[in-house]
Design a protein around this ligand. Structure first.
Ligand SMILES: Nc1ncnc2c1ncn2[C@@H]1O[C@H](COP(=O)(O)OP(=O)(O)OP(=O)(O)O)[C@@H](O)[C@H]1O
Ligand SMILES: [Mn+2]
Length: 521
C-alpha cells in the first residue's frame, strides 16, 4: 500500500496498465487498486475505526431530526426529508433526485476506502498541542484566571479527560501535522452546533485583513470568526470588478468548508452559518467602541453597521439585518498564535494585484521548473499540497489565494491551511482557467487526490449531489440553500476540466515514453 510514490511524475513510466480504473473505483472492495498512502497522507486516527457504516447512516438521519426538532426544516419531524426533497426539486428536471439519494451518495462517498485509508497512530510530536501535566494545587490557585464578567462565562471544570472539554478545545487538541480534524470526526457535529446556536457573550472587530469581520466569544471560552452576508446568493460578482475588489461572501466560507471536507483534505477550520441578532448579539454586548459607533437604523428600519476596515467599511457598504437578523458565517478560531504560531507563505502563483501588471507565472512558460527547484517546493509534499489547494480554488472560483499559512511547529512537512475563502463562489456562469495554471504548468498531483476527484465525477458520488447533501446540514439552509443550483452545476463542470487537464498531462508524457500505449482513464 505504501509502495507508490505520491510524487509519481507525469513523465515517469506509468504504473503497470490497469483494467478500467473507473470501474474499480466505483467498486466497494478496494483492495485491488494500489492506492498509495504516501507520507503526506493524513493519518487515520483510531477513533474513526469505531464508526461503522451503520453508525454513519444513523448519524446522518439523526442530524436531520435534530435540525427539524429545532424547527429548522420546513415541515419538521418525520417528514423532514420528504419536504426537503421537494425543496430542492427546482434543479434541472433531468437530474432531479430526491435529497435522500444525495445523502446516501454522501454517506457512500465517506464510506469509500479512499476516505478510510488506515494509517498508524499519530506520533506524539505530530500533535499541534500538548496538554500540560497536572499542575499542583498551590500553583493552580495562584494561576487561576478570573473572568472580568463572570456571569457571561461558565466556570471552567476541565480535566485531562477529553470528555470534560468543550468541542472547541477538543478540536484544538486534535489538530495534527496532516489535518485539522478526523474523517467522520464525532466532534464535528457538537462543534458546528455550538457555532450555530451557542450564546454569544462578546463581539469585537477582528483586526487585519481588508474587510469587516468580528471575533465572537462563547460562554465556554470558545471563539469564532464571523463574516457577514454582503451579497444575495444568486447575485454574480460584477464583471467589471477586479478580483481584489470583490466582496467576501459568508456562504462561500461555509461552502468552502464542506467542499474541502468532501475532497478529503480537512484543511479548512469548521464553519457554520448562523442568523445573528445584530442588536442582541453584537450591538448590545460589544465592548469595541469603534464598532459600536458605526451602528445605525436604515430608512426602512433595518439595523445596520459597517465597522472599520480598509475596504467597504462605510455607510454605503453597511451590512444590515432584516430588520435585525443577519446571515453570517462563523468559523471556529484556530489556537491562539501564542500557543501555535503560524507561518505565512506567499503563493508562487500569486496574482499581481495590479490592474496593469502581469505576474511572472503568466508570462514564463517554464515557470514551474523554477518553482520545483525552489525550497520548500523541491522536497516533501509541498508542491502536491499546493496543487490540492489549487484544485479546491479552481472548483470554487477563488482567485484570491495570495498567501497560505502553515503551523510553524511542523516546519515544511505539513498540510497547508485553507483559510479565507470569502471570495470564492462569486460566479457560476464562468470558470477561471488561470486558477488552474499551476496544475497545467507542473502536471503534478497527489495520487489519492486524483483518485478521489475521479470518484467524485462518477454519477453515484457526483460532486454537486454530495455538496448539496453536505450543505443541507448547515443551519442556514433553512433560510435558503447555501449554494444555488447553478453554482452546484458549475462544480461538476469544473471537476471535468480538472480531470481533462490531468489527462492532457498524462497524454503528453505517455506519448514521449510509451508511444503505443493506450490510455485507460
Ligand atoms: N479560523 C481562523 N482562526 C484564526 N485565525 C484566522 C482564522 N481564519 C482566518 N484567520 C486569520 O485572520 C486573518 C484575516 O482573515 P481573512 O484572511 O479571512 O480576512 P480577510 O479580510 O479576507 O483578509 P484579506 O483581505 O487579507 O484577504 C488571516 O490572515 C488569518 O491569519
Ligand atoms: Mn479575503
Amino acid at each position: 500500500l505504501t509502495s507508490l510514490s505520491i510524487y509519481h511524475q507525469p513523465c515517469d513510466p506509468p504504473p503497470p496498465p490497469r483494467t478500467d480504473i473507473l470501474r474499480v473505483l466505483a467498486h466497494t472492495s478496494y483492495t485491488s487498486v494500489g492506492v498509495g498512502r504516501g507520507p503526506a497522507e493524513p493519518p487515520t486516527d483510531t477513533l474513526q475505526r469505531h464508526f461503522s457504516n451503520k453508525d454513519a447512516k444513523r448519524g446522518a438521519k439523526g442530524h436531520i431530526q435534530t435540525l427539524s426538532d429545532k424547527g429548522w426544516s420546513v415541515k419538521g419531524g418525520e417528514n423532514a426529508s420528504i419536504s426537503l426533497a421537494g425543496g430542492v426539486g427546482h434543479h434541472d428536471s433531468n437530474q432531479a433526485e430526491p435529497l435522500e439519494s444525495d445523502l446516501s451518495k454522501l454517506e457512500a462517498l465517506f464510506d469509500h476506502p479512499l476516505y478510510n485509508i488506515p494509517s498508524p497512530a499519530v506520533p506524539e510530536e505530530d500533535w499541534l498541542l500538548k496538554v500540560k501535566p497536572k499542575v499542583k494545587a498551590i500553583e493552580k490557585s495562584s494561576q487561576m484566571w478570573v473572568s472580568a464578567s463572570q456571569e457571561a462565562y461558565e466556570d471552567v471544570q476541565w480535566t485531562s479527560d477529553s470528555n470534560s472539554h468543550p468541542p472547541w478545545l477538543r478540536f484544538h487538541l486534535n489538530i495534527s501535522r496532516w489535518q485539522l480534524y478526523l474523517h467522520r470526526d464525532p466532534n464535528m457535529e457538537p462543534l458546528t452546533q455550538q457555532l450555530a446556536t451557542h450564546r454569544i457573550v462578546s463581539a469585537v472587530q477582528k483586526s487585519g485583513g481588508t474587510q469587516l469581520k468580528l471575533v465572537m466569544s462563547f460562554p465556554n471560552y470558545g471563539q469564532a470568526m464571523l463574516k457577514p452576508m454582503k451579497q444575495e446568493r444568486d447575485e454574480e460578482t460584477n464583471y467589471n470588478l477586479y478580483y481584489f475588489s470583490d466582496f467576501e461572501r459568508h456562504n462561500a466560507e461555509i461552502a468552502a468548508f464542506h467542499l474541502d471536507r468532501i475532497l478529503g483534505y480537512r484543511r479548512v477550520p469548521p464553519v457554520a452559518g448562523r442568523l445573528v441578532d445584530v442588536v442582541k448579539e453584537i450591538k448590545d454586548i460589544t465592548t469595541d467602541r469603534k464598532l459600536a459607533r458605526t451602528f445605525f437604523t436604515s430608512p426602512v428600519g433595518n439595523v445596520c453597521f459597517y465597522g472599520q476596515c480598509s475596504y467597504y467599511c462605510s455607510t454605503e457598504h453597511a451590512v444590515c439585518g432584516r430588520p435585525r437578523h443577519l446571515e453570517a458565517s462563523l468559523a471556529v478560531m484556530l489556537p491562539d498564535l501564542s500557543l501555535a504560531s503560524r507561518r505565512t507563505w506567499r503563493s508562487p502563483w500569486r496574482r499581481s494585484y495590479s490592474r496593469s501588471k502581469l505576474a511572472k507565472w503568466e508570462t514564463e512558460p517554464d515557470y514551474c521548473s523554477t518553482v520545483k527547484k525552489t525550497p520548500p517546493y523541491d522536497k516533501g509534499t509541498r508542491l502536491v499540497d499546493f496543487m490540492d489547494m489549487v484544485i479546491l480554488d479552481f472548483l470554487m472560483g477563488n482567485m484570491d489565494r495570495h498567501h497560505y499559512e502553515t503551523f510553524e511547529k511542523f516546519g515544511n512537512n505539513t498540510f497547508l491551511l485553507h483559510l479565507d475563502n470569502g471570495r470564492a463562489f462569486g460566479r457560476h456562469s464562468k470558470d477561471e482557467p488561470s486558477i488552474l495554471a499551476p496544475l497545467e504548468q507542473c502536471c503534478r498531483i497527489r495520487r489519492s487526490t486524483w483518485l478521489r476527484l475521479r470518484l467524485l465525477s462518477l454519477p453515484q458520488y457526483r460532486l454537486s449531489d454530495v455538496m448539496r447533501a453536505s450543505l443541507f446540514s448547515d443551519p442556514l439552509h433553512r433560510v435558503a440553500p447555501l449554494l444555488s443550483e447553478p453554482h452546484l452545476a458549475a462544480l461538476n463542470r469544473r471537476l471535468k476540466t480538472v480531470l481533462e487537464t490531468l489527462i492532457r498531462c498524462q497524454n503528453a508524457c505517455m506519448s514521449v515514453y510509451f508511444p503505443q500505449a493506450s490510455l485507460s482513464l
